[in-house]
Design a protein around this ligand. Structure first.
Ligand SMILES: [Zn+2]
Length: 192
């Protein structure tokens, strides 16, 4: 007997649950569709059922220099990627990968919420969550294409992200190659 047209309800259920979790964490529709392998129409319907309104439209602007805009950005991206990067190629399906992504992002949120000395920038974000889930997704894409990599600081031994593009290298440590100005803003130490 052919299984053509047969819908695997347990798999579909797992996709819907994952979509709901991703939306609850602030993911945009495009990312939810990709990770859950569901249509845009289905994703929007799930969001509307949970929130009684339509999801936010569009994507976060792509910023391939986000990790060097601020050492705080770099620290947060390094924490998140440090959690997930060992699992990036282990998942057997999109949904499996999506679950790992949600777990890693959830762990990142718990880690940064416990920051007892948040910087001025971190205080501007709910629960000090500087790395938005959509940005976290972008950072992974950059890591996969080797635009970003990890290095270990020779001074403080922290593992952190670097920009590793062709013709471009930015490898300052977000912990020891920074200083705090009179307004409380953390800045990179200038190399000049
Ligand atoms: Zn360092």
């Amino acid at each position: 007997m052919s299984n053509a047209g047969f819908v695997d309800l347990s798999k579909f259920g797992a996709e819907l649950m994952l979509a709901e979790k991703l939306f609850a964490l602030g993911a945009r529709t495009h990312m939810v569709c990709h990770l859950c392998a569901i249509s845009r129409k289905t994703a929007i319907r799930i969001y509307k059922i949970a929130n009684q309104e339509s999801p936010k439209k569009g994507l976060l602007p792509w910023d391939d220099h986000w990790i060097i805009r601020s050492s705080v950005n770099n620290l947060h991206a390094s924490i998140f990627l440090g959690i997930i990067h060992g699992h990036l190629n282990c998942a057997t399906s999109n949904v499996e990968y999506g679950k790992q992504f949600v777990n890693a992002y959830g762990l990142y949120c718990r880690v940064v919420a416990n920051n007892s000395k948040p910087s001025r920038r971190e205080q501007n974000f709910e629960n000090f969550r500087v790395l938005d889930i959509n940005r976290a997704w972008q950072i992974i894409q950059q890591f996969k294409t080797l635009e970003l990599g990890f290095t270990v600081c020779q001074k403080c031994k922290a593992r952190h992200l670097i920009v590793n593009k062709k013709d471009e290298l930015f490898d300052k440590c977000p912990i020891c190659e920074t200083w705090t100005d009179s307004t409380g803003r953390r800045r990179w130490i200038s190399s000049t």
